[in-house]
Design a protein around this ligand. Structure first.
Ligand code: GLU
Length: 489
């Protein structure tokens, strides 16, 4: 069997778009599954900007996600000579020709076709030039583009897309397309094929928006006498209004960097992205890397476009709720050592890290992370919602104050009494904490819930959380007592 070689060829936009990341992931999975190689190629032929800068965002995104490549990054612009030589070969072999028609002439012809309600197609004026006419224009240095000459026989380009099935495009419906601009620069349709031939690409997994290019690209492969790779066009990921997602209209939320900055675990994002347009027969949703590589197949790619339900401006669901839920799943279930490492990094950048968490307080730190992780969606939540465990400058949810504190006239007094009882405990364990809390409620003839909820609000600043007695034990006697004593609403 010939070698399995795939490629990820992004344009250097300066950032890795989640749609691009999804494409990279599918190609990477296919290569991994079949013992193949993934080639990273930056298609910078059309870019005006500095490639280095605009490439680094893409490399950072891939590195962070853990998507590794075997060759590259190659820069398309380094192979400009190959593209031009291919165009010259196509001209020599009669598969392409120089077209000297000016934009004005072409525009006029197009307008006339539209006025006559005909579909416009280039009329091949320059394909039919005599040798003398051609030599004459060349001698006068008339600017020209190079057009590919679509076969004029009856027939069609036919190929079997791994997702969309048999695709057929009649030659008659394909215009002689431009492969080199008048400034001598080759166009994407040509460069992309020439590079894929040189890189011996066997499988092309790309967006369904590339499907319109494929018949023309297959014509180029054939004309260059090369094997044609397998094509699998993936459905697109759209926004809830079914519009294409883009950084321009949706902002940072569509970049991989956004997820890195917002406390996502890289594998959770990979897991989420892979499900946008691919599924298994049993609709399994959570995969380890090994499981995903095993389960991945092109047959599982869906034809229907998927929806990225990002929620702009909603602080709780600041991105697709499913992405948050998958991230929360990994936070809840990952080995505590891995979670510790992720939170450590976050705490360091938030100024919450204490070196003791690596030494004498390591056990406490890990027990506390384990206690609070079940309600969190991102690593950031440990520093924000979980702040009261690690610092005194936590904020207090005013909804909780209204519900659990100001509603009760005597709450300051009650919580003061509870603080007193807590301060007398020899052993500040959850059982003892529970015992004295219930005792005080009985003495005061109030529901224990009033003390429990009031205490949670004051000590953690949150409306909800893990079991209060565990929470208090984790936060510790002194801090709990002080916070309750300071409570004056
Ligand atoms: N550079 C192209 C893009 O980013 C590559 C498309 C392809 O996979 O052929 O859209």
């Amino acid at each position: 069997m010939s070698e399995v070689r795939l490629r990820f060829p992004p344009s250097p936009t300066g950032y890795l778009h989640i749609g691009g990341a999804r494409t990279a992931i599918y190609n990477w999975l296919y290569a991994k599954k079949h013992g193949g190689k993934l080639i990273l190629r930056i298609e910078d032929t059309d870019t005006e900007r500095s490639t280095d800068e605009s490439m680094s965002g893409i490399l950072d995104g891939l590195n962070w996600l853990g998507i590794t490549w075997d060759e590259g990054p190659y820069l398309q612009s380094d192979y400009a000579d190959d593209h031009i030589q291919a165009a010259q070969k196509l001209i020599r072999d009669g598969h392409a020709y120089k077209c000297f028609c000016t934009k004005e002439v072409l525009d006029k012809k197009r307008e006339a076709a539209i006025a006559a309600k005909l579909t416009y197609k280039y009329d091949r004026t320059c394909c039919n030039l005599s040798q003398e006419e051609l030599a004459d224009r060349e001698k006068q240095d008339v600017p020209y583009v190079v057009r590919f000459k679509v076969p004029d026989s009856e027939g069609a380009v036919i190929f079997n897309d791994k997702v969309y099935g048999k695709i057929e495009k009649a030659y008659i419906d394909i215009e002689d397309f431009v492969i080199v601009r008048s400034n001598g620069k080759p166009l994407y349709l040509l460069s992309n094929v020439v590079d894929d031939i040189r890189d011996r690409i066997s499988h092309i997994i790309r967006g369904q928006d590339g499907l319109g290019n494929t018949p023309r690209q297959i014509l180029i492969y054939k004309a260059l006498g090369s094997n044609i790779p397998e094509f699998a066009h993936m459905s697109l990921t759209l926004d809830p209004r079914k519009a294409k997602i883009s950084k321009r209209s949706h902002g940072e939320v569509v970049t991989v960097q956004f997820y890195k900055d917002h406390g996502f675990l890289p594998w959770a994002l990979v897991n989420f992205l892979v499900l946008l347009g691919w599924s298994t027969a049993d609709d399994k949703e959570i995969f380890s890397q090994k499981e995903l590589i095993e389960a991945f197949s092109l047959e599982g790619l869906n034809k229907a476009n998927s929806v990225f339900n990002y929620h702009k401006g909603d602080p709780k669901f600041f991105t697709d709720p499913k992405a948050l839920n998958i991230n929360a799943y990994y936070l809840r279930t990952m080995p505590i050592e891995d979670l510790t490492a992720a939170v450590k990094e976050e705490f360091k950048s938030e100024g919450l890290w204490d070196e003791k968490y690596d030494h004498e307080k390591k056990k406490w730190f890990q027990t506390t992370l384990d206690l609070i992780r079940s309600r969190f969606h991102t690593v950031k939540d440990f520093a924000v919602m979980g702040r009261a465990y690690f610092a005194d400058d936590y904020s207090v949810d005013q909804k909780a104050v209204k519900k659990n504190i100001t509603k009760y006239e005597n709450i300051n007094e009650w919580l003061g009494m509870l603080a007193e009882k807590f301060s007398e405990l020899q052993n500040f364990s959850k059982d003892e904490i529970e015992r004295v809390t219930r005792e005080l409620a009985a003495e005061l003839d109030i529901k224990p819930g009033i003390l429990i909820n009031g205490c949670r609000t004051i000590v953690t600043g949150q409306l909800a959380g893990a079991g209060l007695f565990d929470v208090l034990e984790a936060i510790g006697q002194d801090r709990v007592v002080n916070r309750l004593k300071e409570c004056r609403y």
